[in-house]
Design a binder for this molecule. Structure first.
Ligand code: DGJ
Length: 730
């Protein structure tokens, strides 16, 4: 029934609100809202700092109001807003309209005064529906986060349809959206599209492995195609591991309306009287020095606020997967540990295949859910090999996939009600497995207990690789009420976070790597609780250049695991030199994933040197500023990047030849981020022979020379590569 009852909240009853300006700022950016005479929160500015915003008080719009409203602060369904609404509700009386009116706002400084928190309180003009916009402004990082809290004080239940975390209207001449797309083993490919009128969306409806094909992140270049070093760019990401949607709607006024948040797809959320719904955070920033500025701001924010345990160096590792797959016994593992120790690696990770007895995990077809050690493969248990690893001076890590169950498992037989399924329909498997229903608190308890019990198997476990190898499909929850089935997508993700919260209370120091068939869970929602991601299942170094290049636009290198594997590569069949594989992997968190027994002595010696050299520069990789020097997408045949420490005293520079362009061509890598007034000693590291790839090896250069003239290493043949260390000299 429409408009019944509550005329109490009619516009006439509202006091007239004096126009107000709300200025949110970081060291270099401002975001400015204001109210109009009707009390609506309007959006004014996001970009470089405006020290005197007072003109926004009197700014006039030439827009005819019957053509649609000027950009609002948080767009809703109703009135003359004809855009995709950030908030769309069916109210308790059936009303489909929401008109948010400014009530008040507060601002305060949090945490060491680096975070300015602004809460803007809004209320529907007619009904007691309260909406808070919480904006945090990270001063030094020049990053903004925004989330929304929706409180139902109406007489009965309301239904939320759209409830985006962020709404940002942008005005420029032209818009170039850069986003990430791909597939399994081909994640995070960079795509640029000039936006035309209508809506372009980036989204996932898969429920799980949501970042396998697209990623909840973007870079929007204003006026011109995106450049690494020049031009205005807005970039951001959503901290959510479930279904997401980011909309870019170009309207008839030339305004690009960005809304980003949980995907409304099949996700109507019922909110009882008195309940509050809180959205995840959207994170965004602005740069007028191109895409590089966006990445550096996001990385700084991530390392200070967005990633779990951001200040600890991630250890180098040997992972058993591509070296042994499911086929191992105790000796296979202890031999691998010996080899890892000999090469100077710091962690050994036992991957899939160690569990299941009634249904042994000897392939992907059985055992998931039965997290007891397989006594045939490992008769002395996990503690034996974990202690062995520890005695060799390495940390020990183990693989789990606790959200999943194989039909062939004790768990599937004991708890059919825990499996996500639509009753009376087929129960399709993906990789022979079903998904457990994390919206159910009992399942949350179970998954916590899986982690807990695995950790109890040995005091030497300090790393857990948390995998997830299927999407959610044919969704149905035996736990949720019939009229709450659409809550599944949200309650699943909240259940996942709830388990991680509990794990973090008990295991604050354990390193957790998220993996979802490789790069399917690369998002700032999970990274709040975890230290690193398996960037991709594709370990081919050439493919990795593109995958890591894309991933590190948004996510800092400290989280991106990168393993050297055997050739021909198991995913692509590509054959690359060992040095090239190491040089690519050492631009991320270096690891290895092969059977060391298959390496010859020369390769093992080289691996030892590469690992030692990596240790000498890895603090730069993990904590330095990323400067991309040559893009692998530019078709020039090269890729180059560098990390520079905050004091500009040290840097590491990588160069790779990724396609043959003829004998006459050499690269000119103009280095970025250095201090032009400093002098640097340049040394090539991880050399294959004594001969250097660059005539300037061992020489001192001025920062100015390196910035203006650059270096021209001899990288001409396919897969030639070089790594240089720069250290300031007096
Ligand atoms: C998929 C992961 O991405 C791989 O690294 C490996 O852990 C397998 N699952 C194990 O089944």
């Amino acid at each position: 029934m429409l408009y019944s009852g509550n005329l109490l909240f009619n516009i006439q009853a509202q006091p007239k609100i004096e126009p107000t300006l709300i200025t949110i700022s970081t060291e270099e950016l401002s975001m400015i809202f204001g109210t109009n005479s009707a009390g609506t929160l309007m959006f004014h500015h996001f970009g470089n700092k405006i020290n005197d915003p007072s003109a926004f008080r009197i700014k006039k719009s030439y827009r005819r109001s019957d053509y649609g409203t000027d950009p609002e602060g948080y767009s809703t369904n109703g009135g003359r807003n004809f855009r995709e609404p950030a908030l769309r509700i069916t109210h308790s009386d059936g009303d489909l309209n929401t008109e948010l009116i400014y009530q008040s706002h507060t601002q305060r400084l949090l945490e060491d005064s680096n975070v300015q928190e602004t809460v803007i309180r809004l209320k529907d003009r007619k009904l007691p529906l309260l909406v808070n916009i919480t904006v945090k402004a990270f001063q030094k990082e020049n990053v903004i986060t925004q989330s929304i809290q929706i409180e139902n004080q109406e007489l009965s239940e309301i239904v939320l349809h759209n409830y985006y975390s962020m709404y940002l209207p942008v005005k420029a001449e032209r818009y170039f959206l850069n986003s990430f797309a791909g597939d399994w083993a081909k994640e995070m490919g960079l795509e640029e599209n000039q936006l035309t009128h209508g809506i372009k969306s980036i989204e996932s409806k898969k429920g799980m492995r949501t970042t396998r094909t697209e990623n909840p992140s973007f870079l929007l270049s204003l006026n011109a195609p995106m450049d690494e070093n020049y031009g205005e760019v807005i970039g951001g990401a959503l901290a959510w591991s479930g279904n997401y949607k980011l909309n870019f709607e170009l309207d008839e006024f030339g305004v690009l309306n960005i809304s980003a948040g949980i995907n409304p797809f099949a996700s109507e959320y019922h909110l009882k009287k008195g309940e509050t719904f809180a959205t995840p955070e959207a994170i965004f920033t602005y740069s007028n020095v191109g895409a590089g500025g966006i990445s550096r701001n996001l990385h700084d924010w991530a390392r200070n606020y967005g990633v779990y345990d951001p200040l600890t160096i991630r250890p180098t590792l040997l992972n058993s997967w591509e070296g042994a797959y499911f086929d191992f016994d105790e000796k296979t593992i202890t031999d691998m540990v010996d080899d890892a120790a000999e090469m100077g690696l710091e962690l050994f990770v036992l991957d899939d295949g160690w569990f299941g007895n009634n249904y042994p995990r000897n392939g992907s077809g059985a055992g998931l859910g039965d997290w007891q050690v397989n006594i045939k493969k490992l008769p002395r248990g996990i503690d034996y090999i974990a202690s062995y690893t520890s005695e060799k001076g390495l940390k020990f890590g183990i693989w789990i996939e606790p959200e999943m169950v194989n039909p062939k498992s004790d768990l599937a037989i004991a708890h059919p009600d825990w499996i996500v399924k639509s009753n009376g329909r087929d129960m399709p498997t993906i990789r022979n497995q079903w998904l457990l229903d994390l919206s159910n608190p009992d399942v949350q308890d179970f998954i916590f207990s899986v982690f807990d019990n695995v950790m109890q198997q040995s005091s030497h476990i300090s790393y857990v690789k948390w995998d997830a190898n299927r999407h959610a499909e044919s969704v149905g929850s035996a736990y949720l009420d019939d009229n709450r089935q659409s809550h599944f997508w949200i309650d699943y993700t909240k259940g996942f976070y709830n388990v991680l919260e509990r794990i973090r209370v008990k295991y604050p120091e354990t390193i957790i790597q998220t993996c979802a068939s490789g790069g399917g869970r690369v998002d700032y929602g999970a990274l709040k609780y975890t230290q690193e991601v398996r960037t991709s299942d594709n370990t081919d170094a050439l493919s990795r250049i593109f995958i890591q290049y894309g991933t590190n636009f948004i996510y800092p290198t400290i989280v991106t695991g990168s393993n050297v594997s055997a050739v021909p590569n198991h995913q692509t069949n590509n054959v690359t030199p060992l040095k090239f594989r190491f040089d690519v992997a050492m631009s991320g968190r270096l690891g290895m994933e092969l059977q060391p027994k298959d390496m010859n002595d020369e390769d093992r010696e080289f691996a030892k040197q590469a690992i030692a050299d990596y240790k000498s520069i890895r603090d730069l990789v993990m904590f330095g500023d990323l400067y991309r020097i040559a893009s692998p997408y530019d078709n020039q045949g090269y890729y180059s990047l560098s990390y520079v420490d905050k004091d500009k005293k040290r840097a590491v520079v990588y160069g790779y030849c990724i396609s043959y362009r003829g004998r006459g061509l050499t690269p000119k890598f103009k280095l970025r981020g250095l201090d032009p007034d400093k002098k640097y000693l340049l040394k090539e590291i991880n050399k294959l022979t004594k001969k250097s790839n660059f005539w300037g090896d061992g020489q001192i250069f001025s920062g100015q020379y390196l910035i203006e003239e650059g270096i021209n290493p001899h990288l001409q043949k396919m897969y030639d590569s070089a790594v240089f260390s720069l250290v300031e000299v007096e």
